[in-house]
Design a protein. Structure first.
Length: 159
């Protein structure tokens, strides 16, 4: 008669599960620190693109957009953005590994989207993913920095 030895298999499965959980937690912590660094890089990279677009717009338009260089908001979060009439678009480093995009109207701040870095299993940056919170689009969409600038400058001017 063959013995089943289920206790040994159960213990091995429990150990394997614990190892997988520990690996997932360490990868999650690694990815969070990578994303925090990438959000700082995002603000550094988007600033010149934003400034260039604002300058081109201002050269051709009677109404001017004001470029906002890196600054800190009331919460102490670093941001850059653009202002037009009484509205602002801010790209805010949330400090939690993603970029928050805020629309500011008369001291009222509304989060309208967020941008998250897509990272490979090895921890390499792949692309930026955007989630729009305005009711259109229901998932993370890959975007480029130029696309983000065009989209939110257009939103700022037309809203």
């Amino acid at each position: 008669m063959q013995l089943n030895d289920w206790e040994k298999r159960l213990a091995a499965e429990a150990n394997r599960l614990k190892d997988r959980t520990n690996t997932a937690v360490s990868n999650g912590n690694r990815n969070e620190s990578i994303r925090r660094k990438l959000t700082r890089d995002f603000l550094t990279a988007i600033g010149p693109i934003l400034k260039e677009s604002v300058t081109k717009f201002n050269d051709l338009s009677a109404n001017k957009i004001e470029f906002m260089a890196l600054a800190k908001d009331r919460r102490g979060d670093q941001y850059c953005g653009a202002a037009f009439n009484s509205r602002e678009i801010r790209f805010v480093d949330s400090g939690r590994g993603f970029i928050r995009i805020d629309m500011v109207k008369n001291d009222s701040v509304n989060e309208i989207a967020f941008i998250l870095a897509r990272i490979s299993r090895s921890g390499e940056f792949i692309t930026w993913d955007e989630k729009n919170l305005l009711g259109f689009g229901n998932r993370l969409e890959p975007v480029t920095l130029k696309h983000v600038v065009r989209k939110y400058i257009t939103l700022l001017v037309t809203s």
